[in-house]
Write a protein that binds this ligand. Structure first.
Ligand code: AKG
Ligand code: FE2
Length: 311
């Protein structure tokens, strides 16, 4: 059998932002200063009432005639690339337990967290992702990233200690929130992302045309978004939309993103059934392993990675 290799790559090692924030600095170190993102903030306020669509899972599954939820879902994936999923069937008590455990996990002392830190060889664990060079600007956040499935790709030193499975984003408060970015604007590389906001704090913004729309999470909901892979497979019908996370000066913010991909041994490309003379392929075909290796070798930069695959 061919050896299965984890394709999540390496990332240069960076300091913990959570620890940095504990020092009560009045200004942020240069490496985190990225005021260009502030310029785009202006765009938000113009349309304060625009919100990402809401999809009701129970309605989606119901057999009622005239059920329009599927049309709503289709439209959400085409026009927004994002929606909030309500009535998803996951028990609220389980979700609360996960939130609590995640908070405790990030509050472990550094001496313990060190055991789960990234290494020069591998980006899984605590640290940051997509750090490709020493002089690259950094996000105001720590992440904890881990591959959960398939089982043979799990990193043995991380999984047994984990509360559950995924990438966790931890954004500490920042003395100069308008000068940094919590998570650089990007579209997700994967197929589908399911995101749970752990704390009440808002901070996720989704690009809609030329605006950044703030997501206001509904109680007991998940935020779902289309990633690059689904955009490719749907030949551009469904869109992986840029989003980013901002931070504030008062409170920390935590989110959990679970990234879903297709099998790592396949080839990624537009679904043949969607290719016609009128709708020629918009993206190259590429081995999934190669797609992922290339993805993690770059810094985050909007939709630039997907653009490299456009025909
Ligand atoms: O923190 C958030 O709300 C966004 C997280 C995100 O976009 C990601 O992890 O890819
Ligand atoms: Fe994302």
């Amino acid at each position: 059998m061919e050896e299965t290799k984890n394709t999540s790559g390496t990332s240069l090692l960076v300091p913990s932002v959570q620890e940095l924030a504990k020092q009560n600095l009045s200004t942020v170190p240069q490496r985190y200063i990225q005021p260009q993102h502030q310029e785009q903030m202006v765009l938000i306020s113009q349309q304060p009432n625009l919100e990402i669509p809401v999809i009701d899972m129970q309605r989606l599954l119901s057999q009622e005639s005239g059920n329009s939820e599927l049309d709503k879902l289709h439209l959400a994936c085409q026009e927004w690339g994002f929606f909030q999923l309500i009535n998803h069937g996951v028990s609220p008590s389980l979700v609360e337990k996960v939130k609590l455990e995640i908070k405790e996990f990030f509050n472990l002392p550094m001496s313990e967290k060190k055991r789960f830190w990234q290494s020069p060889e591998h980006m899984e664990g605590f640290g940051q992702a997509f750090v490709a060079s020493e002089d690259q600007k950094l996000d105001w956040a720590d992440i904890f990233f881990v591959t959960v499935l398939p089982k043979q790709l799990r990193m043995a030193h991380l999984i047994p200690h984990l509360p559950l499975s995924f990438r966790i984003n931890y954004y500490p408060p920042c003395p100069q929130p308008e000068k940094v970015i919590g998570l650089t604007p990007h579209s997700d590389g994967v197929g589908l992302t399911i995101l749970l906001q752990v704390s009440e704090e808002e901070g996720l913004q989704v690009r809609k045309d030329d605006m950044w729309i703030l997501v206001k999470p509904l109680p007991n909901s998940f935020i779902v978004n289309i990633g690059n892979m689904l955009e490719i497979i749907s030949n551009g019908t469904y869109r992986s939309v840029e989003h980013r996370a901002i931070v504030n000066s008062e409170r920390e913010r935590i989110s959990i993103a679970t990234f879903h991909t297709s099998k790592h041994d396949g080839v990624l490309g537009p679904a043949p059934s969607l290719i016609t003379e009128e709708t020629p392929p918009q993206f190259q075909r590429i081995e999934l392993k190669k797609f992922l290796t290339n993805l993690f070798a770059r810094k985050l930069d909007g939709k630039s990675y997907l653009d490299t695959l456009r025909l």
